[in-house]
Design a protein around this ligand. Sequence first.
Ligand SMILES: Nc1ncnc2c1ncn2[C@@H]1O[C@H](COP(=O)(O)OP(=O)(O)OP(=O)(O)O)[C@@H](O)[C@H]1O
Length: 592
Amino acid sequence: MKKVRFFGRWSTILAIICVVYAILVFAAPNQYYQTILTLVCVWGVLGLSWNILSGYSGLVSFGHAAYFGLGAYTVVLGVVNFGITPWIGIPIAGVVGAAAGLLIGIPTFKLRGHYFGLSTLAYPLALLYIFEWLGYQEVAMPMQRESPIAFMQFDDYRVYAFIGLAFLVVTIVISRMIEASRFGMSLLAIKQNELAAEAAGIETRKWKLRAIAISGAIAGAIGGFYAVILLVVTPLSVFGMTTSAQALIVTLFGGVGTFWGPVIGAAILIPLSNTLDAQLGHIIPGIQGVVFGVAIVLIILLAPEGIFWKIRDLLQPRRFSPDTDTSASAVVAMTADAGRFPERPDTVAGPVMLEVRNISKSFGGLKAVQDVSFTVPQGSVIGIIGPNGAGKTTLFNLLNGFNSPTGGEVIFDGENIVGLQPSAICKRGIGRTFQVVRPFARLSILQNVLVGAYVGAENDEIALRHAHEALAMVGLDADSERIAGGLPSKDQRLMELARALAGKPKLLLLDEILAGLGSTEVNEVIRVVRKLSEAGLTIVIIEHTMQAMLRLADHFIVLDHGALLTQGRPKDVMRQSSVIEAYLGKRWRERA
Ligand SMILES: Nc1ncnc2c1ncn2[C@@H]1O[C@H](COP(=O)(O)OP(=O)(O)OP(=O)(O)O)[C@@H](O)[C@H]1O
């Protein structure tokens, strides 16, 4: 089994970067260039902090200046008012940044997409005015002539450069630990499809709060260090829009979603903008802003994902292995199998696993599900049928917690699960797939399935084992490294099924898993589902294709206009005139 190696090529590259940086520091002719090297680390660290929240989870923050500025003021006011050395002030600034992250995250995570990003703009702006109003327009770091080292005041500017490097290395290691763990994988899943991540058992809110706390802590600490270099802190210099923009731009330029991105971005843009400012600043005031503006335009035009990804794609183009099921022999073999499925046995009568009691859901005046009750015995395959708009998917959404019912109860394993989060319901053993597949498109098949495995695994190694087992069950193990976004429909459906299976569910909800598949592919997926059922898994399935449903389910539940029309053995149900009428209209009932 392939294990994720923590130390590898990346640590060698990091060591090389440190050596090159040290050579540059010693080669730098004066304090000015040593300070530029220090600033590369400062903005690299702030970019990394932004990347931990926004790069991995996709929740774009325009407000990282809030944590940075709070950190800077914590350190400078600590020295001025309480004589606290920055050696202690900087860790305190980290704690302040983490607390600010949580305070901002708790209300702001209620918003999604652009609304989240826009709302983050408000925080540094508000803090800027608050600090001005408090009279902290210009707070200078007092000179400590007696104990300069205790107050981080060095004559040799190379010391600052190396402290900056230490910050950068620690932040890269933290980022790498996040990337290589379930934390990073959960954030990536949230970025690509938050609802699917939640349904796969990822506690999305918990991970987002952890990310913003860590991100805020790093931004606060590096803001504190910036105050030490800057010597004078003003609201505009730390809470200003350019601070947040600089963190964002170095990351976008270097590459989002990888810890190398902010390092590359800062290493290029910071020396460039500072040197141009020194050379041309008197002729073109604000040239630094121009550099960042041009950088963003160039990156949008030439490498929208950033330099890192562009170079990586040039060095190792993303490969897609050919479809496994399109060869003529495979098609012939599958066709030969068609129609060989025996009929399901009579209704399974095991102990009740799920009991739905009088459940209802209204959207405004529309009663999408009305007073529906049924039970799901352990080991059974229950088919939910009904015409378009009958309320089938809404019923699934009520079972897995996407929607909360307007009335009724859902008893799973003796517990009423109404009101629980989808991730909590998944944790209790209900897995699901979606009518419209929700892959994590940029992740590999294995990573997609791994995201679903965390919920039922104590550690990452067990999760990896569960993911491989699930892939083997659906027959995708050989393709596990393929990227999900380019897969044909059948493989996407099977991958989603594997993702649900990897969490070791007791009950599986399959929402139109055969939709959009050709007849040979339908047979293959049916075979997989039947194998799962024979292995003892309890399944509830929504499906429009009646032929497939007859092969799969041992009990039918028929919905019409949100209400339970009838239920029973498939053959009996299919003979009922009310069912024929609901499906095909009155004309057909008369003919039947
Ligand atoms: N979030 C929502 N807001 C408002 N109305 C909704 C919402 N979700 C579903 N509905 C409505 O509820 C009714 C039932 O929809 P649902 O998707 O559950 O039906 P379905 O049986 O799964 O249909 P199909 O077979 O076409 O997928 C439909 O009239 C639909 O328009």
